[in-house]
Each structure stands twice: as structure tokens, then as C-alpha cells.
Ligand binder design. Structure first.
Ligand SMILES: N[C@@H](CCC(=O)N[C@@H](CS)C(=O)NCC(=O)O)C(=O)O
Length: 242
């Protein structure tokens, strides 16, 4: 049976971390909201029409038969072993989950660069705060998170260029997505991305060249970054590298 992915249409957003895993593995899935009546089907879950265990707070969520899984990191932890995108070893799986939760924290900080005060208000109504938040994000938070992931890749005992062991994992796929998103949102500041975080950059290129990912990126299933997503390009929030 095909997996069902539920996520807002029109933006890559957090749904993209799940799509990349499903696409890399060649798994059968339905991007439900991109089908007719998909939006109302998703809202039914969020309004609790499918019972206690079928009531996620927010998308993305995944349906696998009777099981509903919400939150990106939780979904990837669930899919990882099934799609062969995480090592079998328990210690490694727990570590991968921790890395993915770190990525979730980072994604929230990316979102807060353009919505630092309130998710419910327009960007234009929090523009000055967004500028201050972005300055600090680019100066302090990107180096802290990306430097961390560069060190993790460097310290992988398998010395494979991957985050875990000698094979691709779902964490690698998510690092690809945030690397691409940062360059889209902050092209000026990220001019030095490859020299500052060479191992993350090399991993990004390795992921981009994988046959299933390459085919996916060229397909109409891949949604472009845009001004409604998590990674948004507002020139006034960008700056030259420190
Ligand atoms: N921690 C969740 C965050 C989910 C989330 O914030 N989803 C957004 C879309 S990307 C949403 O629709 N949020 C609704 C809300 O916060 O009211 C995850 O990692 O999946």
C-alpha cells in the first residue's frame, strides 16, 4: 500500500524532508493535498474526524495503513528503517534521531528570521524585527549549526562523507535541503557556504547527484522555494558574509 503524505500544497516547507526520503528510496506515496479533495482530507485529520490516534496538530504527517505519524523527525525515525535510510544499530538510530531534531530546531529558527514576532501576522508587519533576527541568525546561528554538522561529518569513523556510517541516511537528505534553502534565502551571506562548511557542501553535492534525487529534482513533483515557505528570499534580510 502506498504511503500517504499530508502537507500544504504550493510550498516545499517541512513536507520536503519527507518527500526526499520517499523519493530516494523509490517508495510509493501519494502527496495527498496535491490531489483533488486532498486539502479537505487533510483538514479532517487535523479537526479530529479520524479519532484520537489520527489527530495530528499540524502537517506534515504520514499515513501508513492505520498508523498516523506526525512531526518531521518522528516520521523520518519511523520511515528510516523501512526505507533503509538509517543504520540498523540502535545507538546509531538514536543518534540519527537526535541529529534530525537538531535540524528541526534549525528549521524553526529559519522560519523565525521572517516571522520573529508572530506566525499569524504578515512579514511586512514585523519587518524591522525580522532584519534584527536575520542579522543574528546569519552571524551566530548558521555558523553554530552548520559548523556542528561539518564536524559531525568529519568525525564519522567511516570517513565516508556521510553523516552516519558509510551509506546515505535521512539526515543527509535533510542537510541537502537546508543547504539548498539557505542559499536560496540568503544568497549573499551564503557566498562563502562551501568554503565555510566544505563537508556539508560536499554531502549536498553527493545527494544532488544520486539518480533518484536527480530525477526527482527535475520532475514536477519537486516544488521550488518561494515566498510562502520556510526558506524565503527577502533581499533586505540578506547581507554580505561576516
Ligand atoms: N514540529 C513540527 C512542526 C510542524 C509545523 O510547524 N507545521 C507547519 C507547516 S510547516 C504548520 O502548518 N503549522 C501550523 C501551526 O503551527 O499553527 C514538525 O517538525 O513537523
Amino acid at each position: 500500500m502506498a504511503y500517504e503524505l499530508y502537507y500544504w500544497d504550493g510550498i516545499p516547507g517541512r513536507g520536503e524532508f519527507i518527500r526526499l526520503a520517499l523519493e530516494e528510496a523509490g517508495a510509493k506515496y501519494l502527496d495527498v493535498v496535491r490531489t483533488s479533495h486532498g486539502m479537505s482530507a487533510m483538514m479532517e485529520y487535523m479537526r479530529g474526524k479520524h479519532g484520537y490516534l489520527g489527530s495530528p496538530f499540524a502537517p506534515p504527517f504520514l499515513k501508513d495503513g492505520e498508523i498516523i505519524v506526525s512531526h518531521v523527525a518522528n516520521i523520518l525515525q519511523y520511515l528510516g528503517p523501512k526505507l533503509n535510510l538509517v543504520p540498523q544499530d540502535e545507538k546509531c538510530r538514536i543518534f540519527a534521531h537526535g541529529l534530525q531534531l537538531t535540524i528541526a530546531d534549525f528549521v524553526t529558527e529559519v522560519h523565525d528570521t521572517h516571522h520573529p514576532i508572530s506566525t499569524d501576522d504578515y512579514y511586512e508587519d514585523q519587518k524591522e524585527e525580522a532584519k534584527a533576527r536575520s542579522r543574528s541568525f546569519l552571524k551566530n546561528r548558521v555558523p553554530k549549526f552548520m559548523g556542528y554538522f561539518d564536524r559531525i561529518i568529519a568525525s564519522n569513523p567511516a570517513n565516508s562523507g556521510h553523516v552516519m556510517g558509510d551509506a546515505l541516511s535521512y539526515v543527509d537528505l535533510s542537510l541537502f535541503q537546508i543547504s539548498e534553502g539557505l542559499v536560496y534565502a540568503f544568497p549573499r551571506a551564503m557566498k562563502t557556504f562551501d568554503s565555510s562548511y566544505p563537508l556539508v557542501a560536499r554531502l549536498r553535492d553527493m545527494v544532488r547527484d544520486r539518480p533518484n534525487i536527480d530525477a526527482y529534482l527535475k520532475s514536477d513533483r519537486r516544488l521550488a522555494f518561494n515566498k510562502s515557505g520556510i526558506f524565503r528570499h527577502y533581499p533586505e534580510l540578506d547581507q554580505d558574509p561576516a
